[in-house]
Design a protein around this ligand. Structure first.
Ligand SMILES: [Zn+2]
Length: 313
């Protein structure tokens, strides 16, 4: 009967459509699962020894296929200077105020740094207070957007002129503060409520001398101004990680010089770094020949066409 056959035919058609739909959904889910599996990092990282009681977060942030490594502008060794700009953003930031101990100060509740830097910053400044009894260090700059850097540059230009602005302020896109890996320190005088420039003298010399133990470097030493393009800044410190900070300090290299040196050390001829806190090997890959090594490692782009791989021994 047609009257009964039609609904049956519709039911059969409906069942067939439902089946096709289920098949389609299963296919999509399968493809998603496959894509997720492929996008997972091949290796976990961050195995290097850390100072006692110091948490260390892995620094690499793989973003695409397993063998592609992180972006060239990702990682803690990226170079940002006069000749190397950065437009990446979206770092995972934390406010210093929310995470800090009571042993130092921060300018406001908004000032932020990259998540992986904060445990090291906190330990560095807290250990300084424990060693010296001085608790007036004030963190006055951390992550900055390019828009904010533009404001700072323009106001320095208007106030002090071109020479000053170009000596002490990076152009927007060229400031290390964009990376969230750099901090500026100050000292705060409770009695007057004024904040003073950090000169690194007296008790404060401890911070500069011991910065490497926490993975920081004094980024703009006076004798390197012609290489860095920035005049001496006793207050500006940059996080790069312990073995790199140690090597730069021991061998009197600024970041530009250190990265140049690393370019001569491929995986067959790694740079061996022996520090009082452990031993590492470090080597460089041009982006086009990147082959991720076996075992635990950290990887960082250099923001200049290559990657640096760091392995604890
Ligand atoms: Zn700075």
């Amino acid at each position: 009967m047609q009257t009964s056959a039609k609904p049956n035919a519709r039911r059969r058609a409906g069942t067939a459509r439902l089946g096709a739909y289920i098949l389609f959904v299963a296919l999509v889910l399968g493809l998603c699962a496959l894509a997720l599996a492929l996008s997972k990092p091949k290796k976990e990282t961050g195995a290097r020894p850390a100072p006692a009681n110091t948490a260390h977060k892995a620094q690499n942030t793989p973003q695409s296929a397993p063998d592609a490594g992180p972006g060239l502008d990702q990682g803690t060794l990226i170079l940002v200077n006069r000749d190397h700009c950065i437009d990446a953003d979206g770092w995972e930031l934390v406010t210093v105020y929310a995470e800090k101990s009571d042993d130092y100060l921060v300018k406001d509740t908004e000032l932020a740094v990259r998540r992986e830097v904060m445990p090291w910053l906190d330990r560095w400044l807290s250990d300084f207070a424990a060693a010296t009894g001085v608790r007036d260090v004030n963190v006055v700059a951390g992550h900055r957007t390019a828009a904010y850097q533009q404001q700072l540059y323009q106001s320095a230009l208007a106030r002090e002129g071109q020479t000053y602005a170009d000596t002490y302020l990076a152009r927007p896109g060229h400031s290390e503060h964009h990376t969230g890996l750099a901090v500026d320190l100050d000292t705060y005088d409770v009695s007057s409520g004024a904040s003073y420039g950090f000169d690194g003298n007296g008790d404060y010399a401890w911070l500069t001398e011991n910065a490497w133990r926490y993975g920081f470097i004094l980024r703009y030493p006076p004798e390197k101004a012609d290489v860095t393009g920035i005049g001496y800044e006793s207050w500006h410190f940059r996080y790069v990680g312990i073995p790199h900070a140690w090597y730069m300090q021991e061998n009197d290299l600024c970041l530009e010089e250190y990265l140049d040196l690393l370019r001569a050390h491929g995986p067959e001829d790694p740079l061996l770094i022996d520090t009082p806190l452990g031993r590492w090997q470090v080597f460089f890959f041009p982006a086009e020949t990147l082959t991720l090594p076996e075992g635990d490692y950290e990887i960082s782009g250099d923001n200049d066409g290559g990657y640096v791989v760091t392995q604890a021994q």
